[in-house]
Design a protein around this ligand. Structure first.
Ligand SMILES: [Zn+2]
Ligand SMILES: [Zn+2]
Length: 214
């Protein structure tokens, strides 16, 4: 049974002999549009080829997510700058800096003695935007094998927008929000939703301090 291509060019049905059917359950043709060799998009990483129309719609959808993420990031940065300019923070400490200095050798115990002091220049401040789960990168050492590595586990952390408009966890350690990829182009709606939440939280915070941007 030779089906004919059910894709259209400027409203005209293609009609060329089809090679396959679109597997997208949301295809504009129920059961999947038949497609010819020029109305299919072959993709690496996607298990099966979609008809051109579905493929273009998927591209548009992904592009919209990326645009929404960019808008939210820009808004967070703009609000951070406006707040700084208005002298409205950042005023919540998310990182408390200390320095450790050697003060001497304890002969009796045979150990070096250190003293830890606050280092106010190194403290970091932000605006609190909520608590989220993070993968923090923590160096670990295994004394038995004299080896080390990076531990990653999910932990809820107070989360802040920094003076420069970045997102940072309490403690200022390196890490990333679990399941999200804030700084790379990744195609997740979760990242968009998080950034939208962050932008809304910053807007609310700015408004409460009498700072408005467009
Ligand atoms: Zn389709
Ligand atoms: Zn066709």
């Amino acid at each position: 049974m030779a089906a004919e291509c059910e894709n259209e060019d400027r409203g005209v049905l293609c009609g060329v002999q089809a090679l396959g059917r679109c597997p997208n359950p949301e295809c504009h043709v129920q059961g999947g549009a038949a497609f010819c060799s020029s109305h299919v998009e072959r993709r690496h990483g996607r298990r099966r080829d979609w008809c051109l129309r579905c493929s273009r719609a998927a591209d548009r959808w992904l592009l919209e997510i990326e645009e929404a993420k960019d808008r939210a990031r820009d808004r967070i940065r703009a609000l951070a700058h406006a707040l700084v300019a208005a002298g409205a923070g950042p005023d919540e400490q998310y990182f408390h800096a200390t320095t450790t200095e050697l003060i001497g050798f304890l002969k009796f115990f045979g150990v070096w003695k250190y003293r830890t002091r606050d280092n106010p220049d190194g403290h970091r401040y932000g605006w609190y935007i909520g608590t989220y789960d993070w993968y923090l990168e923590e160096p670990i050492r295994d004394a038995r094998f004299d080896s080390g590595g990076i531990s990653q586990h999910i932990t809820f952390y107070h989360t802040f927008v920094t003076q420069g408009g970045d997102i940072a966890p309490q403690g200022g350690r390196r890490g990333r929000l679990a399941g999200l990829d804030l700084y790379d182009r990744s195609l997740t709606t979760r990242t968009r939703d998080f950034l939208d939440t962050g932008a809304a939280e910053m807007s609310r915070l700015a408004q409460a301090r009498g700072v408005e941007i467009e």
